[in-house]
Write a new protein. Sequence first.
Length: 550
Amino acid sequence: MRLINASTGQLEYFFEDVPKYAILSHTWEDEEVTFQEFSKLSAKAKKGYLKIERSCRVALRHGLQYAWVDTCCIDKTSSAELTESINSMFPWYQRAEKCYVFLSDLRSGALAEEKLAACRWFTRGWTLQELIAPKEVRFYDQEWNFIGTKMDFSDKISSITGIDMSILQGTSEPNERSIATRMSWAAHRQTSRIEDLAYCLLGIFDVNMPLIYGEGWKAFRRLQEEIVRHSNDLTIFAWDHEIDQKQDAQWGLFSPTPSRFAGSAFVQRYNRQTVDPEFSITNKGLRFDRSRYLYKMNVKKAGTEVTRYAIPLGYRKDSDGTIDYSIQLRKSGPNVFLRDGKLLVENRDTSYSLQSRATRLPMINNFHIHVDTQQSPLLKFVEGIHVPKHDRVQIKEVIPESHWDETNRMFFTPPEDHYSLVLAMFCHVTIGTAGLKTRVKVIVYILFGPTIPTSHCRIFNPSKHKEHSAWLFRHKRLGHNVTWHDIEADLPGILKHTSELEVFAEGEHFTISVSLSQGMVKSISEQEIYSLNFDIKLATKEDSYRPKTR
């Protein structure tokens, strides 16, 4: 660490046993003095040299022999030194005996309480950590007149920055606040380089990462990924769209900029005393090791009710009660989801809260959320089995639910599955004529694999074959998928069912049949996919003479 000897004006380098020092916080302007220029006589003629000189003078007055100024104490031509310095910046400010804030746009004699909010220093990205980290922060106007300390102005600064007073007064640490709250502190700040909006937050989140100038907004994405590696605080996803964004716009999982956290200043993480969520970044997306925090519900989209999934992220308390924040998801594959739509922000105490209208999903081993929308196969290219709507058929339960997309009424084809997966649906079918309607319970099951012969689409009455239905849906409760190998080994009798089921209602004889057909479903796919079709008809007299096998 390089420090300026306040008496000699020379730079000195310290590896260990760093002496006590003062540190300068300021906004960069014209004619700043760089490391290369500092030792030259011409440096004293530059405007920026006055800040260095005055910092040293004030440091000596406070009994400090050394001072640190970012313009001249870092060799920015060395990428290695710049990376080390930026990653060390927060602790350097923390260890400083005093931090001098030079407000170049605060006119001498102006009432500080009234003019502080207009100072550029409160809008810059780098000055966020320079406000929070030091124990003692002293403010000076443009003539280097002392106007007060961070403690003196803590109430005013809190209203300007959104940082609560306990952080400013040093009675709380930044890491005691949620990720979303800390991100909100930077929501309205700016930096000259896009990448610096991420790099200036490293110390706030106590993470380190290499600097790659030229990567643009990818730096902020890398920052969030690094935070996820060190924290399981779900509020990192509690960001929202801009006001003018469409409600159903799709975004990646991570926020594109800190500004999206502007509305998350008071979001707290849940105090999960039993088991905290476990998640990690993989090449498939964000992996959750358990589904206990995943809920399913119906929401309105463009006037239509559709199925969506949600993960509660955090909450805030205000005069209206407890407000819960949840991320909204849609299914894009077997146990794979993508972010869809704005945050769900709901009052926990109302009858329309998430808890009142959502159901927790059955336990599954793990699931993934795509980090980027590009990761998700567009629904128009998906493969699977579509179940067209039928006015007489209601789907009540499916297995495996991990492969079922309720919004598009289809089962996804998992490309990694090399076995024959059994799909089953428990349905209510309405039959009857002339106003005499009867509801019949049926189970339909099909082979799900690389090839789907129509002979493997079958139907039976669960009331007459209770052991078959119990065996199939027992696997759902256990979180297991069913394969044809399981059926052949444990329940070969289920293979005797056919694609037709004969039922009687109100003295009439009906046939319910199921079949698989291949064709284009424009609303879902741009390639041919299979569709499961129901055919319900009144049996003819000839049909009534057929032997009743079921």
